[in-house]
Design a protein around this ligand. Structure first.
Ligand SMILES: [Zn+2]
Length: 325
């Protein structure tokens, strides 16, 4: 397949890992706003477009139910395509500011490392898939008429249950999910990573879990796509753990409306990342999401992602019991 070819060609190029490294540039010291307003996020994205001299390109993939733009911000022009989606659930914000930092790190500047990454990859980010839910500070989109199978009557749909490949975008009752379905079909990413937040849990060793990952668990995903998803999960887990995280598997279901499963069926190496909602740790969690974004991009670009044994994903420890009170 075309994807395999692209990876194979990339793998023949000189190893880039040592060069690109885990450079976490200017953003490293300052505090990052964990919940920029929709207006502020829009301002940040267009500021990046300007300051990157067009290396970051911002465009709407459509409008939310309340008429807000849902933004795609794309960086790079390489043959290998990676899609990140943030904040489908409006009250799970922290991967959105991480995505802005990622776009800045890759797009603003002209170091050899940045140029290499941009030549090898195209990374598209749906930044804050659910702007109405962010405004409401709730999980759902905004649809007071809704009486959904997945969601809450009088509030809206749970967008992350409406990505089923059998559901045509034009028939999708969850507006923003339909936008993402179309965007995915147009972009056809080799790798798709969907960023969320979860509650608090301990691992089997008693240490708190800071993030959880999972690949498609539905049957029918092509083996090469499942393998790529597991390799992607391991690349993220290693880097996050090296940065002080404690990553587990996420005990997710096999419903095919979930993005993780749906985009696996659609031919992506598809991964879910869940950051734990830990009081006082928002800056750490934003940086942990940023680390995952950089690690996936870097290892995909330098070919080292394809060298990972997919079976290593099974060794990521399970998530343990919830922390209550
Ligand atoms: Zn979520």
């Amino acid at each position: 397949m075309a994807r395999t070819t692209r990876f194979a060609v990339l793998s023949l190029l000189p190893a880039l890992a040592a060069v690109v490294g885990l450079v976490l540039p200017a953003s490293a010291a300052r505090d990052i706003d964990p919940r920029p307003s929709n207006a502020e996020l829009t301002r940040q994205l267009f500021d990046l477009q300007l300051r990157s001299r067009g290396a970051v390109r911002v465009s709407p993939i459509g409008e939310s139910n309340r008429g807000r733009p849902v933004w795609s911000a794309r960086v790079g022009h390489g043959p290998l395509r990676v899609l990140y989606v943030t904040q489908q659930h409006g009250d799970e914000p922290l991967s959105t500011p991480a995505a802005v930092e990622f776009l800045r790190d890759v797009g603003v500047g002209n170091t050899p490392e940045q140029r290499e990454l941009r030549e090898r990859l195209t990374v598209d980010v749906v930044v804050r898939a659910n702007p109405d839910g962010h405004e409401q500070n709730w999980r759902y989109n905004y649809d007071p008429e809704a009486n959904p199978e997945y969601g809450e009557a009088g509030k809206g749909y749970d967008i992350n249950r409406y990505h089923d490949p059998a559901l045509a975008p034009e028939d999708n009752p969850a507006t923003e999910a339909g936008l993402i379905q179309r965007h995915h079909a147009d972009f056809r990413p080799e790798i798709t990573v969907d960023y969320h937040m979860q509650g608090r849990y301990v691992g089997e060793d008693g240490r708190e879990i800071t993030a959880s990952l999972m690949w498609p668990t539905i049957s029918g995903v092509a083996q090469e796509d499942l393998d790529l998803a597991k390799q992607t999960a391991v690349a993220a887990q290693r880097a996050m753990d090296e940065g002080g995280a404690n990553v587990s598997q996420y005990p997710g279901g096999d419903y095919q409306g979930i993005a993780r499963n749906a985009y696996g069926l659609r031919g992506s190496g598809s991964v879910l990342v869940e950051l734990s909602d830990i009081p006082g740790q928002e800056q750490f969690q934003i940086r942990s999401a940023l680390t995952a974004m950089h690690a996936i991009a870097r290892t995909a670009a330098d070919g080292s992602l394809q060298e990972i044994d997919p079976a290593e994903a099974e060794a990521i420890p399970p998530r343990g019991e919830p922390i209550t009170g």
